[in-house]
Design a protein around this ligand. Structure first.
Ligand code: 6PG
Length: 246
């Protein structure tokens, strides 16, 4: 269970948050690349991380890491075509991946056929088990970026969805009725084994859920509360998202 909020940094706005997050991501990446031959990162979707991705692609930062050893995965995806405006992959390509020299074979979109979420989820799990080194039988990502919804979802672990009960798979399809959206997402076990999780949350809409998380209010509808990370967790918030914190 995520009880309380530790390792919280609060920034004036999304630009400052994103710039600090870019520095942090590069620091984690380069620390991993000093110790091993590759860096396995799972990107988050939604709107918050886009500014971070654009900053990582900016000339001032682009030269600060060996992109040829980055391996890009996605923590969740909408079951839409890869060029669709709602695609997390499309956003990451346009903001970052088309602008840095990561070998195409090291960029792994989650959705191949939007009409086949079950097959794509199973294939992605197979890919992750092949590509990412495991500890105690579970692949361990070096870094997982996560966002936070106003309803307490993270990745595509949404309230009142079946994926919240999935503990025997690493990746699963999920139907989000409220959004009329088919998605694929990392499940709790895979997220929990990450060596490092960096949450990014900005905007007033996140203030109430963050305040509840900080004071440990047991909110049955917050999927993020059920996360039991085994690695380190950091929260990068803007002032609006942090406005309810003590
Ligand atoms: C997605 C994300 C999702 C997102 C939150 C926050 O595919 O939508 O993975 O978990 O991080 O919904 O979204 P915003 O950054 O747009 O507020």
């Amino acid at each position: 269970m995520l009880t309380g909020l530790d390792n919280v940094q609060i920034f004036d706005g999304l630009q400052a948050l994103s710039r600090a997050a870019a520095d942090r991501v590069l620091s984690i990446a380069n620390h991993n690349l000093d110790a091993s031959r590759r860096f396995n990162i799972a990107l988050s979707g939604g709107s918050t991380p886009e500014r971070l991705y654009r900053l990582l692609a900016d000339t001032s930062l682009r030269e600060l890491t060996d992109w040829s050893r980055w391996h890009i995965f996605f923590g969740d995806e909408r079951c839409v075509p890869s060029d669709h405006a709602q695609s997390n992959y499309c956003m990451a390509r346009e903001a970052l991946l088309d602008h840095v020299p990561i070998p195409p074979s090291q960029i792994h979109p989650m959705v191949i056929d939007p009409a086949q979420p079950e097959r794509d989820a199973a294939d992605y799990e197979t890919l992750i088990r092949r590509e990412v080194s495991t500890e105690n039988g579970t692949p361990v990502f070096d870094l997982v970026l996560l966002g936070l919804g106003a309803d307490g979802h993270t990745a595509s672990l949404f309230p009142d969805t079946d994926i919240l009960r999935v503990r025997t798979r690493l990746v699963a399809p999920v139907r989000v009725e409220r959004l009329d959206s088919e998605r694929i997402s990392f499940t709790y076990p895979l997220l929990e084994h990450a060596r490092h999780i960096l949450f990014l949350a900005a905007g007033e809409a996140k203030a109430a859920v963050l305040a509840d998380l900080q004071n440990g209010a047991e909110h049955s509808h917050y999927p993020v509360q059920a996360l039991a990370p085994q690695g380190t967790v950091e929260w990068y918030l803007d002032r609006a998202a942090a406005s309810g914190l003590a």
